[in-house]
Design a protein around this ligand. Sequence first.
Ligand code: ADP
Ligand code: MG
Length: 336
Amino acid sequence: MGEFELIERYFRSGAGTRDASAGGGSGVLLGIGDDAAVLELPVDRQLVAAIDTLVEGRHFPAGCAPQSIGHRALAVNLSDLAAMGADPRWFLLALTLPAAQAGFLEAFSEGLFALAREHAIALVGGDTTAGPLAMSVQVLGSVPAGEAITRSGGRAGDLLFVSGTPGDAAAGLRHLMQAQPVEGADADVLDPDLQHLMNRFLYPEPRVALGRALRGIASACIDVSDGLAADAGRLAAASGCGASIDAAQLPLSPAMLACHDAAAATQFSLGGGDDYELCFTVPPAKRAQLEARLANVKCRVTCIGRLVEKLSLQITRDGKPVDCDTRGYDHFSSAG
Ligand code: ADP
Ligand code: MG
């Protein structure tokens, strides 16, 4: 299979740019096949762009299910759009593959396009090269002019919220890395709590609908990719504030509590990465408005603290400081 056949078979056919039924592909004047795509936004919208790379052995374990790799390549980028309150529109895929393997490509593109269809985002171009397995997805979204949510709009006193149950993905990844195939054991009889945690790593759900609902309500927002404490700290710093988090309020999933004691669960929740939940702030006066908007969003949110004037991140339980890793992941730190 050559490069052009590969693109045609696995990416152009599934691009969905002509399937306007789900809103996908609208505004595509020219998609895959030319030297570049030509895209059109309504005049009252602004373009929101983000790109993220996944490298085998760094962002996902070697031998990870290709369907999950395809899902995550797009999900981590949709999460960035969600954090800005943007509507997903188009994406580009730069894929580096060791070999053109039909089995891998089929499952990878299935995972990728299943999520693309769910969010009505159309693949409009890319690049395909040979080399160690890695991929960059660039997403393009839009917001009504002036309505993008940034990290920097928070003020001291604003309430700090997080969606979902952060920590599950990191706990799931830990179990994935430790999972040894047991001789004679049936893979399907894996403990359902462990399976749940692993799926939170393998198939994160970008909080696009929540991000959209937060437009005009949240003062600041960030997506939790590096760990809740690290990312909440970044939001606070960008807003010129500190943050105070009450560890007793951290939302922990039943699966997490079934597999880990409270201390470990708290550490996963604060320090674990790869959740792709949203962490955001809301002025107290807008709390009722937030609750009303959330009625239409299928996603739990929890108030875990507030922004404060003092420029530091304080995490407490019953008034006593809680230790945790607040640094997040750094590809180029000496520890990394
Ligand atoms: P060029 O040499 O002009 O960059 P390419 O041969 O790389 O063109 O790509 C041909 C067409 O296929 C372009 O429209 C490009 O956007 C698209 N394309 C290449 N790889 C992918 C991919 N992995 N997914 C989607 N579109 C792709
Ligand atoms: Mg090219």
